[in-house]
Structures are given as structure tokens and as C-alpha cells.
Design a protein around this ligand. Sequence first.
Ligand SMILES: O=P(O)(O)OC[C@@H](O)[C@@H](O)c1c[nH]c2ccccc12
Length: 258
Amino acid sequence: MILDDLVDATNKRIKDHESRIPLKELQTTAKNLKTISGFKTTLENPGLHVIAEIKQASPSKGIIVEDFPYLQIAREYRNAKVDAISVLTEPHYFHGKLTYLREVSEHVPTPVLRKDFTINEYMIYEAKANGASVILLIVAILSDQQLEQYRNLAESLGMDAIVEAHDESEVHRAIKSGAKIIGINNRNLKNFTVNFKNSIHLKKLIPNNILTISESGIKTQKDVDELRDAGFNAILVGETLMRSTNKEQLIRQFKKVE
Ligand SMILES: O=P(O)(O)OC[C@@H](O)[C@@H](O)c1c[nH]c2ccccc12
């Protein structure tokens, strides 16, 4: 399964990072770096919020865009007043880089999410040290104990954590772990199919005091309206925005702002 390969590749990649930058050094950088906080507070405001993603490729689609002016894209997202920017840092399947995260965070005053397969504490300090305001914790690849421990670590560093679930049992585990923000991934990572109905059903299992984000496969205004009606606090849109030639306009439409 793709997720197993991703976890293996991530393990090797982070071992290599650790051999170059020891944890101690990273912790010092993380501590001294000031990043934007308040992502969670923003989501608490009424309305549907937009998290716009910067990625060049994905396992299901391969290369999405040949031309990848990531700082210009960050600027367009910021002009459209997105609530956060998600930056892929996974290199093998998504062609991401840590430097994209750092540069985007230095370039725009918008909270930045490190989109990666967080599997250890090193990656959480690494996210912070490279400007992230938010990290992703994927239920399918972490134990109950890790979910809780990693979220607490992120919060102690002033970041927020999105706990990502895909089915009913994962939603229950996310809730049990104390998640404050749950991301429901509409994409099934085993066969890459997208199913909004499933995520709208899963949303109903989540108590109202937990914020919810609908992720993946969002293409049309109809998709967005359906998710807004289902009560999601935010949507996370990647491919559709990356392919759009007028990202600002599309985001304003999605948000229903003229
Ligand atoms: O490009 P899309 O279909 O709009 O999807 C964005 C985002 O949800 C997707 O990139 C994603 C969701 N969960 C992930 C976990 C890891 C890497 C990537 C992802």
C-alpha cells in the first residue's frame, strides 16, 4: 500500500536529516523562531475557511504542474486572503521540499501547514524550525499514544495540529486522542477514489466543539457548497487551485466573497 511506502521513505529521509542536523540544534532554532499563531482561533470564526495547498505532484496524478513558482503562488493565495497555506514537504511522491515551507513562511504573513507524514518528534521540531504554524497527524500511521503526544508537543511549541481521519474508526480514534481539529480526507489512499458522501457522514460523528476540515478532491462550487452545508469549518484544496490560472478569483468564489 502506498501509505506503507510513504512511511518507509519518510523514516529513511528523516534519519538522513537527523544525521545532518542533530535534534538539539533543531530545538534551539525552533525555540528562537517566531511564527504566526492563531490558526485554530481563525477557524472558530463563522463561515467556511479556505486552506490552499502548494504542491507540484501527487501519487495519484504524478506531475500536476510543470511550472512551479511557489512564492508567486503563495502571494496569490495571500492576496485572496486564504486562512492558511499548506506546503508539501514530502519529496518522493509529492516533489515537496522543506525549503518551500521555510521560504513561504518568510514570504507571506499567513499561517503555513507542513503537509507531510509526521512519524516522530524530530519532524515536529523540524516543522517549527522551518516556519510552520500547523502540522498534520495522520491517524492511519500513528498509535493512540503518538497522536496525543505529538499533538501536545506541537501545541507546546505554539503550533496547531490537524488530526486526519478517513473512516469511522479513525474518526473515533481522532476524537479519543483529544484532537481539537479533525481533517477528514475524502480520498481513499488505497484506491485514490474521492467520496464526499462518506466525509459528510463522518462529519456527523464529530462533536461540535471540535473543528472540522474537509480535504481532497474538491473541484467545483457545488462541492464547496455541499461541504459548507454539511457544517465543515474549512476546506483544503490542492490540485484544483494548482491547475487554476486565476487562483485568487477561484478562492473568492469558493468563499463567496466578491
Ligand atoms: O489536491 P487535492 O485533491 O485538493 O487534495 C489536497 C490535500 O487534501 C491532499 O494533498 C492531502 C490530504 N491528506 C494528505 C496527506 C499527505 C499528503 C497529501 C494529503
